[in-house]
Design a protein around this ligand. Structure first.
Ligand code: WT7
Length: 647
């Protein structure tokens, strides 16, 4: 079931460091109390936390209404997410504390205190309202990692307009699909963004998306970042700086319903278009706040840095919403980790005194490859906690992270969660949990995770199965935008009332969870989910392609790499065609979806009923012995596919 290996032998384990545990936000006693409180009275457990942690304008009446797959949390309550993140801190000394420390790739820097960030968010809230944006209207954000992105996100939250952040690496067609699905009224973008010294022409991509569709879009707000020439439509396009110039720094926030949709974020599934995962306000606020406090041990003195892009859920939850609700200082960096040199991250950590560092296994493996000299040439003594997310981390990378970056001193939190879960689900508590390299350890208090078989029965320890969450939780997705049936069938169609995560997992004797990777046709490249269907559709949209099947093979750096098997209608099966197809996929979806390998074949292996046997292709792509072929219709295809190996 899984192609990511997890070793069964007992590895080293690491008890919480005493010095760390002494001051940790959560002590073993408090942790045990939380676990048993959730056990004894699930709803009260959440209600107490919600009353304690959130700033309610109106208190809620019921904690939970659960009619699977639909949940409502903290029903009847009212609050404003941007008040949670900003206004509440203005009453304390944190008013003049750095909320965001930002660094651009060229080296420019901006620090915004809570008061300054609040003023900017108010200005932009007023600006959006002046364009007619109202609560409930959807706003698309296609931006580089610049302060305006965080400002726009928080302003959307403030006026109750669900944001849909579209990762800046996506191509015009991907923008169009997402904007049309959510019927966005407004797009916020920039002339460009910096990446490895080059300008990414974001506005040009938006123009292309709008040329071919998106009739719902009334305005495009453009941040001037790179000063590259842009096309301009006077009746539609507005410069950010001109729009905010005359706006007031005050904005009276309305309180929204607990269940008011806070944002939509698209994520790949196995079929069709990406799913618009919908998150609601209060439950998401509660869980991102708590997990930041518990798992990152966030404190007022910390300079916290999550290296993700805000285009992904990690950036939503753990660059913006989680840290800011806690009044923390959160770092934001615009560019590539290896620009101008491969020590850029360590340089940032040293100069800003980063104390908590959260990144992806794929990045850690790249750092390992680039060599220890880079981190060793910097003073990383400010770092006190390390985190990872996005894919299973191999024990070697975990140990390297611990030794070379953490100097054997810093706890590592390997956090398992998903776009759909809103926040972390399985993760260590740094002052409490004994960690084991490669395991995300145990479910957080209130999270009822289990490993089950096809019938939904919990499997024995040591046995592989499907990862499920048996009880609803506050930050769970509320729906798939515009497609409740897909919501039901994808997540609640396999087991009655139980959330199906799509990952394979096993538990060991100590109860630790080992995530083994996706069990569906979703490929995880560098911690980003891509649907095989999406890539196949992009390939067959090329005039020379007849049929395509896309599978994953293990990749040392990226976790998984995309291998495409294609049959041609016309043209030559040569390296020029390969390059053309790779570029085609990059143009259709974005560079992250570009197949690492393209294999030409005259036919694809199919069952008698015509289903492509991906399992066989996966074996071939990985160079493994091919498994059971009894259902294969034409066995000779396999020989021909395999003899192509020298390509
Ligand atoms: C998928 C979710 C959650 C933010 C980043 C990705 C994989 C995520 C881990 C981890 C093993 C992990 C899973 C999951 N994954 N974190 N710590 N260990 N696998 O969000 O794009 O929604 O992807 O990423 O396969 O299902 P996403």
């Amino acid at each position: 079931m899984a192609d990511i290996e997890t070793t069964l032998i007992e590895e080293r384990s690491f008890d919480p460091n005493e010095a760390f545990a002494k001051d940790a936000n959560l002590s073993p006693g408090e942790y045990t109390e939380l676990i048993s409180a959730a056990d004894q009275d699930y709803e009260n457990f959440w209600a107490d936390l919600a009353r304690k942690e959130l700033q309610w304008t109106t208190d809620f009446e019921h904690t939970l209404e659960w009619s699977p797959p639909f949940s409502k949390w903290f029903v009847g309550g009212k609050l404003n997410m941007s008040v949670q993140c900003l206004d509440q801190h203005l009453k304390s000394w944190r008013r003049n504390k750095a909320a965001i420390i930002w660094e651009g790739e060229p080296g420019d820097q901006v620090t915004l205190t809570y008061a300054q960030l609040h003023a900017e968010v108010c200005k932009f809230s007023n600006a959006m309202e002046s364009l007619g944006i109202q609560a409930g209207d959807r706003v698309a954000l296609y931006m580089p990692m610049i302060p305006e992105l965080a400002i726009a996100v928080l302003a959307c939250a403030r006026i109750g307009a669900p944001h849909s952040v579209i990762f800046g690496g996506f191509a015009p067609k991907a923008i169009r699909d997402r904007v049309e699905d959510a019927q966005c009224k407004l797009i916020i973008t920039a002339d460009g963004g910096w990446r490895r010294g080059e300008v990414l022409a974001l506005k040009a991509n938006v123009d292309e998306a709008l040329d071919s569709g998106c009739p719902s879009v009334e305005h495009v707000v453009v941040v001037e970042r790179t000063e590259n020439p842009v096309r301009w439509r006077e009746d539609r396009d507005i410069w950010w700086h001109e729009l905010v110039d005359q706006q007031s720094t005050r904005h009276d926030p309305k309180a929204f319903d607990s269940e008011h949709p806070l944002f939509i974020l698209y994520t790949s599934g196995t079929t069709g278009l990406p799913k618009g995962v919908v998150h609601a306000t209060a439950g998401y606020a509660l869980w991102t706040k708590l997990t930041s406090k518990w798992v990152f041990d966030l404190k007022d003195e910390d300079t916290y840095w999550c290296t993700a892009d805000i285009g992904w859920i990690t950036g939503h939850s753990y660059i913006i919403y989680g840290p800011l609700q806690n009044g923390a200082t959160t770092m934001m960096y615009e560019g590539a980790p290896n620009y101008p040199a491969e020590d850029r991250y360590w340089d940032i950590c040293e100069r800003h005194g980063v104390s908590i560092f959260y990144t992806a296994p794929t990045a850690i493996r790249a750092f390992m490859k680039w060599g220890d000299a880079h981190p060793m040439s910097h003073d990383l003594s400010s770092i006190r906690l390390l985190g990872t997310v996005g894919e299973p981390i191999n024990p070697e990378a975990w140990m390297w992270y611990r030794t070379v970056i953490g100097k054997d001193r810093c706890p590592i939190v390997d956090t398992w969660w998903q776009t759909e879960t809103g926040g972390m689900m399985i993760a260590p508590i740094p002052g409490v949990t004994t960690t084991v390299p490669g395991s995300a350890t145990a479910p957080l208090p209130g999270i009822d995770a289990a490993v089950v078989d096809a019938d939904g029965m919990e499997v024995e320890n040591g046995k592989g199965g499907f990862l499920v969450i048996r009880k609803p939780w506050p930050s769970m997705l509320r729906n798939v935008w515009g497609d409740p049936e897909r919501f039901q069938s994808t997540y609640y169609g396999k087991y009655e009332g139980v959330y199906f995560a799509g990952d394979g997992a096993r538990r060991d004797e100590k109860g630790n969870f080992w995530i083994m990777g996706r069990i569906d046709d979703v490929i995880n490249v560098s911690g980003h989910r891509l649907g095989t269907m999406e890539i196949e559709s992009a390939l067959v949209s090329h005039p020379n392609i007849c049929e395509a099947a896309v599978v994953a093979r293990p990749d040392d750096l990226k976790g998984q790499a995309i291998v495409a098997f294609v049959t041609l209608i016309s043209g030559d099966a040569d390296s020029k065609m390969k390059e053309e197809l790779q570029t085609h996929v990059a143009n259709e979806i974005g560079a992250i979806a570009k197949p690492a390998e393209i294999r030409f074949t005259d036919a694809l292996p199919k069952t008698r009923s015509g289903k492509i046997m991906r399992r066989l292709l996966t074996d071939i792509a990985a160079g493994r012995e091919v498994g059971d072929t009894t259902t294969l219709e034409d066995a000779s295809i396999l020989r021909r596919l395999k003899s192509d190996d020298d390509e």
